[in-house]
Design a protein around this ligand. Structure first.
Ligand code: G3P
Length: 219
C-alpha cells in the first residue's frame, strides 16, 4: 500500500519523509491556501523532498484550460509532479487528453463508484474518493471504497484507488483490508498510525534494564 501525505506544509513533509516510507504527497487549492506560500514554489519544494508522485491541482473548469494548465505545470515543475483534475465531464476529457500526452493524473472529488470507473476509463493514473466528506453527510464513506474495489475486480482496472479525505486511523485500517492501493492522510494520522502505548512502555522498560546492565559493567 502506498502512503501519501495530504498537506502542503513542507516541515511536516520533511518530518514524515525522514521515516523513509513516504510514497507521495497530495495538495489541493485549500491546502495551498493554508500554506500561505506561492503555489509553484511550494509544489517544487515538496517534489524535492519526496521522490514519489506529488499532486498539483488545476483550477480551470473547462477542458481546454485544464489541459493548458496541466501541460504548463508539467513543463515548469519537477518530473514527479502529477496533475490533479476534478471529476467533471470537462475533467474527464482533460484526463483523456493529458493521458494521451503521457502525463499522469489524479482525478479528485470522487463520490461514487460510477465516477471512479469513468475516470479510470479516461485513463486516470489515480482516482481519489473522499471518504471523510461522505461520513460528514451521515453516510458511510468506506462503502464507497468497497464498491470501487469490487468494480475494479470485475473489470481488471489498472488505475490506482487513492483513498482521500481521511479523518482517523481506522479509515486507513479499513482501506488496508479492502485493498485500496494508496491512502493520503494528514500528518496527525501518520503519527497516530505509528504510535502505540505498549511500544512506548516496552521501550521504557528495555532502556531502564539496559541502564542497569551498563551500571553493572556488563554492556
Ligand atoms: O486531498 C484532498 C482530500 O483529502 C480532502 O480532505 O479533509 O478536506 O475532506 P478533507
Amino acid at each position: 500500500m502506498e502512503f501519501f501525505l495530504d498537506t502542503a506544509d513542507v516541515d511536516e513533509i520533511r518530518e514524515i519523509a525522514s521515516w523513509g516510507i513516504l510514497d507521495g504527497v497530495t495538495t489541493n487549492p485549500s491546502l495551498i491556501k493554508k500554506s500561505g506560500r506561492d503555489f509553484k514554489t511550494v509544489v517544487a519544494e515538496i517534489a524535492s523532498i519526496c521522490d514519489g508522485p506529488i499532486s498539483a491541482e488545476v483550477t480551470a473548469l473547462d477542458t481546454e484550460g485544464m489541459v493548458e494548465q496541466g501541460r504548463l505545470l508539467k513543463e515548469e515543475l519537477p518530473p514527479n509532479v502529477i496533475i490533479k483534475i476534478p471529476c467533471t465531464p470537462e475533467g474527464l476529457a482533460a484526463t483523456k487528453i493529458l493521458t494521451a500526452d503521457g502525463i499522469k493524473t489524479n482525478v479528485t472529488l470522487i463520490f461514487s463508484a460510477s465516477q471512479a470507473l469513468m475516470a479510470a476509463k479516461a485513463g486516470a493514473t489515480y482516482v481519489s474518493p473522499f471518504i471523510g466528506r461522505i461520513d460528514d453527510t451521515g453516510a458511510d464513506g468506506m462503502t464507497l471504497i468497497a464498491e470501487i474495489m469490487s468494480a475494479w475486480d470485475n473489470y481488471n482496472v489498472d488505475t490506482k484507488v487513492l483513498a482521500a479525505s481521511i479523518r482517523h486511523p481506522t479509515h486507513v485500517l479499513a482501506c488496508m483490508q479492502m485493498g485500496a492501493h494508496t491512502v493520503t492522510m494528514p500528518t496527525k494520522i501518520f503519527r497516530q498510525l505509528m504510535t502505540h502505548p505498549l511500544t512506548d512502555k516496552g521501550l521504557a522498560g528495555f532502556m531502564k534494564d539496559w541502564a542497569e546492565v551498563e551500571a553493572a559493567g556488563n554492556a
